[in-house]
Design a binder for this molecule. Structure first.
Ligand SMILES: NC(=O)c1ccc[n+]([C@@H]2O[C@H](COP(=O)([O-])OP(=O)(O)OC[C@H]3O[C@@H](n4cnc5c(N)ncnc54)[C@H](O)[C@@H]3O)[C@@H](O)[C@H]2O)c1
Ligand SMILES: [Zn+2]
Length: 367
């Protein structure tokens, strides 16, 4: 099994390929198409992924680089910080990396965002390769060149656009991914269908058994389609001047929930909750029918995603946090609504009352 998606238009003008495979056998061959001769590389991975895959990846790529270094950062969103970036920079400096050397991000979105950011600032930018290992990073975060870290608990507050030279994914690593992390990836994947492709959304819904059973053929189709959607949107608008913002569907309130819950919910869980809130506002404005809204909400459940907020959640606080999120257009919140299932639109007229109503609607009081 093998698929390829090309990202032809990027900020820098350099195209890159997304290679979808079922093992690491072709990794060295794909990397050797890049200008790696005589170059060093640093593999950045985390404390969960390193013990599982670092040895194999190191063995595979040793023939194509002059030297291969590796470092493990502690796993978890709480480590996606400038302090951790500093440890990567120290390693690059002490190993005398120059501008033509490479970083390889081996891990989920945390490793990809962080190692990508380190490669964007080291010597004003060195090359990097994404080897994503979570469902979320294989279908979303490794594509499009957004890199960055959290700052004082503000999500992705410090970052840069920096395109990878190659994205190589081995789908079989998903076998070791914990169930909750698999579900987290489904938050972004359902988003891809909802914002861009109704047919794909229906296919996801109809295949939820095969998907949650992680059947290889079904996963391959799903990963490839999500990569195509993400690649198409970022090609249209690499630096988010306009249409790329539709990828933030579910993220305005989702990020606020993520921070409010102190990162105890996964990113995809918060995207699911944020998507339900955005779908509710779309429904209240007459864009979705009753049935469409309730189907969108309820179909997060079979994929292991939440559809309610804790019953003591402070919706005013969540709203307040969302206002300090950077997805603002001047003083207005840049909100993504659904015009219909499969079509998202950017809207700057969503009011505080609408957002509070949407959040309140996700609190089910059982007394
Ligand atoms: N740059 C972008 O465009 C973009 C898009 C979406 C999300 N993100 C960011 O991505 C991050 C979330 O990424 P994530 O969900 O991949 O989280 P993550 O990187 O924290 O990975 C989740 C967990 O799974 C572990 N893990 C990874 N691969 C594994 C494997 N194959 N087997 C076993 N365990 C494995 C990790 O160690 C971690 O504990 C967030 O910080 C989010 O802001 C970025
Ligand atoms: Zn996201």
């Amino acid at each position: 099994m093998s698929e390829r998606v090309n990202v032809a238009k990027t900020v820098s003008g350099d195209a890159y390929e997304i290679v979808i495979e079922s093992d690491f056998e072709k990794l060295a061959e794909e990397i050797s198409k890049l200008p790696v001769e005589g170059r060093k590389c640093l593999i950045v991975t985390d404390s969960n992924v390193g013990p599982l895959y670092l040895q194999e990846v190191t063995e595979k790529i040793t023939p194509v680089f002059s030297e291969v270094y590796a470092m493990q950062i502690p796993a978890g969103e709480e480590n996606k910080t400038l302090n951790t970036v500093r440890t990567v920079l120290v390693k690059l400096i002490s190993s005398h990396f120059d501008r033509k050397d490479f970083i390889i991000a081996l891990g989920g979105g945390v490793v990809g965002d962080l190692a990508g950011f380190a490669s964007s600032v080291y010597l004003r930018g060195i090359k990097f390769i994404q080897v994503p290992t979570t469902l979320l990073s294989q279908t979303d975060s490794s594509i499009g060149g957004k890199t960055g870290v959290d700052f004082d608990a503000y999500k992705n507050m410090v970052g840069a656009f920096h395109q990878p030279s190659l994205v190589y994914m081995n789908m079989s690593v998903l076998k070791t991914l914990p169930g909750r992390e698999f579900s987290s990836g489904m938050g972004e994947i359902l988003k891809h269908g909802l914002i861009r492709d109704e047919e794909y959304y229906s296919w996801l819904v109809n295949n939820f058994n095969e998907i949650t059973d992680r059947e290889p053929e079904v996963l391959e189709h799903m990963i490839a389609r999500s990569c195509e959607i993400k690649a198409a949107v970022v090609e249209e608008d690499p630096t988010e001047q306009g249409v790329r913002a539709v990828l933030n569907f579910g993220h305005t309130l989702g990020h606020a929930i993520e921070k409010y819950m102190n990162f105890s919910f996964t990113h995809g869980e918060c995207v699911a909750l944020g998507s339900i809130a955005a779908a509710w506002i779309s429904y209240k404005r007459g864009n979705l029918s009753d049935m469409e809204f309730y189907e969108i909400r309820d179909m997060f459940v079979p994929f292991g995603l939440p559809i309610t907020l804790p019953d003591d959640a402070d919706v005013n606080k969540i709203l307040e946090i969302s206002k300090s999120d950077k997805k603002m257009d001047g003083k207005k919140v840049k909100f993504i609504l659904l015009k219909k299932p499969g079509k998202a639109v950017i809207d700057t007229t969503v009011t505080d009352e609408e957002m509070l109503d949407a959040l309140q609607n996700m609190i089910i009081k059982l007394d």
